[in-house]
Design a protein around this ligand. Sequence first.
Ligand SMILES: *[C@@H]1O[C@H](CO)[C@@H](O)[C@H](O)[C@H]1NC(C)=O
Ligand SMILES: *[C@@H]1O[C@H](CO)[C@@H](O)[C@H](O)[C@H]1NC(C)=O
Ligand SMILES: [Zn+2]
Length: 473
Amino acid sequence: MNCVSICLRSSVLYLFLASACALSVDEMDGAESGLFKDTLRDEAITRLNELGKVSDANGYLERTFMSKASLRAGNLIRDWMEDAGLATWMDCMGNVHGRVEGLNSSAEALLIGSHLDTVVDAGIFDGSLGIIAAVSALKVLKSNGLLSKLKRPVEVIAFSDEEGVRFQSTFLGSAAIAGILPVSALQTSDKSGVTVEDALKENSIDIAEESLSQLKYDRHSVWGYVELHIEQGPVLEYVGFPIGVVKGIAGQTRLKVTVKGSQGHAGTVPMSLRQDPMAAAAELIVLLESLCKDPKAFLSYDGQCADSIVESLSSSLVCTVGEISTWPSASNVIPGQVTFTVDLRAIDDIGRQAVLYELSNRMYQICERRSVHCHIEHKHNANAVMCDPELSSQLKVAANASLKRMTGEIQDEVPVLMSGAGHDAMAMSHLTKVGMLFIRCRGGVSHSPTEHVSDDDVWAAGLTVLSFLETHM
Ligand SMILES: *[C@@H]1O[C@H](CO)[C@@H](O)[C@H](O)[C@H]1NC(C)=O
Ligand SMILES: *[C@@H]1O[C@H](CO)[C@@H](O)[C@H](O)[C@H]1NC(C)=O
Ligand SMILES: [Zn+2]
């Protein structure tokens, strides 16, 4: 599979086309032209701001799993869902659902979702935009008397935990619905020792093994899952397009690297006699950067690993050391031990494994040469998730159609990109086919109060969901 190079090639192409895609919507007006500006833009923006004020913290946005603010946010979302003609409920993992049955309540349901929790000091669009765009689009159908014409049930789900701030365990909500949440997850505790089970109990939700397994959706009752989310990266802004289709979500490995040396006095141990784990860690980190910038130069294949994998790695591999700690951490002591994390992501799973193999070999070589002891632990591994090609092409047609509706112009090809960040769609892919749309955000900035989506891009998001729903009539 070699989709990354396709996206990259396409991005270059879009650069040439981008100038043709400036939206000129001001002169066009609302409902009569099928644009529903009042609902899909103005009201959606008001709701984003309102939801963005529902916080557990003073002065910044924070909503974690089953917190007071999360419950208030859930109730607000339920009100909006009911306003859009949906029947609503909260399930026993705190997910909020709104459903309309359409023409045939036993047909496979289309699920559309995103998360209602946030990081600490979050922006107001991450997660919320996907929920609000879907609810607004359904509200337009309701206003036009079309809800009952949907040929399958449509269910919007606001997931209770994607960011994993409270329990360090992402996807509690969507994993439960996809049936991949282990019962043991209920015993995970937060910083103050409260378990997931306790947090639910505090809100009069009794969750036991059976109720957890009852949360799992029957795969035969589901048609597919669609998620709209802000891009959280700079590519759409770079190519000048408000909306993009996601081809897949990168796989990820997290390592913990421990380097042990010989602790000593900074003044008395000669340089030639040191086994300094700090200097070794520095060399390991620079090695990581070099390898990830140019994997081709490091990976030597004997023909069994295809060029396409190396090429895919060249365009999708990203590696980060975000945390480093040292013992005893004093300015006049040669450290005895240094520990750092590695976050490594790529769209090609085999390629990621090859990089990990090469990386560990070279790391151990460096450690041996420096006479320090190294230990590399795998803390987390998640394979890449590919979006369903057919569903993706339907989303592409919908994005294309909505932009044409807004600009009145023939559109350039909607960009296709990879997601480097995890999303609920990853968990939902264990249940059903998934498709994702990305919405441009300013400067690619997310997980920050400066996160911003332009008013017209919020509109494009709602209109795209609407266009997509119209194909299910
Ligand atoms: C409703 O959907 C079910 C399940 O797909 C199907 O068996 C049934 O024929 C459908 N009914 C109508 C009236 O289309
Ligand atoms: C996008 O829409 C234009 C009309 O604006 C159409 O000519 C083109 O084929 C569409 N492309 C896709 C991928 O749907
Ligand atoms: Zn998110």
